[in-house]
Design a binder for this molecule. Structure first.
Ligand SMILES: CC1(C)S[C@@H]2[C@H](NC(=O)CCCC[C@H](NC(=O)C[NH3+])C(=O)[O-])C(=O)N2[C@H]1C(=O)[O-]
Length: 349
């Protein structure tokens, strides 16, 4: 069934609420066939007072996981990878259990502990301790393996950044290139994503970008400018930079069947129920909205930036939204409302 028209007034209200809750700026872009809706409110830079723009680049956090999953599914299409194979078949000796498969990694069912639980137990000090650090994948995995696993392989869903660090190691082993090269040649260039970059371990965002601000742990204190960071704690789990327009192009192409075979796209959408409205496939989330419509994509939470990037089942309508703050659960929750405005339209009075 055709989607209702987006609720542009409602969308504006969601972004304004995010500002009232502490975001310096917020934006959203809806690509609906050939129609583009753009919405901005607030500031990209608290010092210069520059207004935020949908042309601004930003750190997309875990939306990166969908890019990493696409590369591995392309390797599946090229017969270089089997989803049900042990990770240790491709990375001998990496994991303590041969039963952990590539599919478990991509669906957060490996049981590998999430090292960021320790790293960011205290949000701002944790960030300050790592913001300019450069980690190897191995160092991040070793941090995880110091802890017991959360579940036996395949038995439960437990979100863990460690899984997509292992995904990055698989990409580098199976392609013989860095993840940055893999993203560039397999996704960014074919889709002409001119504002999507993997610059790790550089700390700056090249070109026009919005600054990102962490809400302080101390109520009422000034936010922390988190823009300058290596994001090395995340890499293939969260270090890409992009724009709302590029993310919409990416998700529309993915669900439109342009990035992988039909079989791999089907594998990506074998859903594991997370809660009453959310399920997780392979590096892809499905959210079912209040109007019963399901949308497909990923969210991102990296210091300074909250992202929602979702598309319709056929990829014809996509929404990406960004609030340039983090460590602020109210804003993260509020920004979920952009999906309702974009895909459910005006609420019945
Ligand atoms: C599941 C999420 C929300 S968290 C996960 C990943 N981001 C992280 O794991 C880093 C979280 C630290 C961010 C920091 N918060 C704290 O330090 C709180 N202790 C802040 O808000 O600035 C990402 O991105 N994912 C989101 C996702 O996939 O949607």
């Amino acid at each position: 069934a055709a989607l209702p028209q987006p609720d542009i007034t409602g969308l504006r209200g969601v972004l304004r609420t995010a500002l009232r809750q502490g975001a310096p700026g917020a934006m959203a872009r809806i690509d609906d066939g050939t129609t583009v809706h753009r919405m901005v409110t607030g500031l990209a830079d608290r010092k210069t007072r520059r207004t935020i723009s949908t042309r601004d680049r930003f750190r997309i956090g875990s939306v990166t996981k969908t890019f990493s999953a696409v590369v591995l599914l392309q390797l599946r299409d090229e017969k270089k990878l089997k989803l049900n194979a042990s990770v240790n078949r491709y990375l001998p000796g990496l994991l303590p259990d041969d039963r952990i498969t590539v599919r478990h990694i991509l669906s957060h069912r490996s049981g590998l502990y999430d090292y960021t639980n320790d790293m960011f137990a205290r949000a701002v000090p944790g960030f300050e301790a790592v913001r300019t650090k450069v980690f190897t994948y191995r160092q991040l995995v070793d941090r995880s393996l110091r802890h017991a696993r959360t579940n036996s392989p395949g038995a439960a869903y437990a979100y863990s950044n460690t899984n997509f660090v292992v995904a990055g190691m698989l990409i580098e082993k199976l392609t013989g290139h860095s993840v940055g090269t893999a993203y560039q040649s397999r996704i960014i260039e074919p889709l002409h994503l001119r504002d999507t970059l993997y610059v790790h371990p550089a700390t700056t965002i090249p070109g026009r970008h919005t600054r990102g601000y962490m809400t302080s742990d101390t109520a009422g204190a000034a936010p922390i400018d988190a823009t300058r960071q290596t994001t090395s704690w995340a890499q293939s789990a969260g270090a890409l930079i992009s724009t709302a327009g590029d993310l919409n192009t990416f998700l529309s192409a993915l669900l439109g069947g342009k990035l992988t075979s039909a079989g791999s796209l089907e594998q990506m959408q074998r859903w594991w129920k997370v809660n009453s409205t959310t399920a997780y496939g392979l590096g892809l989330r499905r959210r079912t909205l209040s109007c019963g419509t399901s949308v497909y994509g990923h969210t991102g939470a990296v210091q300074g930036y909250y992202t929602y990037a979702f598309t319709s089942k056929d990829g014809r309508r996509s929404l990406s939204a960004l609030a340039n703050t983090s460590n602020n659960g109210a804003v993260l929750n509020t920004m979920m409302g952009t999906l309702e405005s974009a895909f459910c339209g005006k609420r019945a009075a």
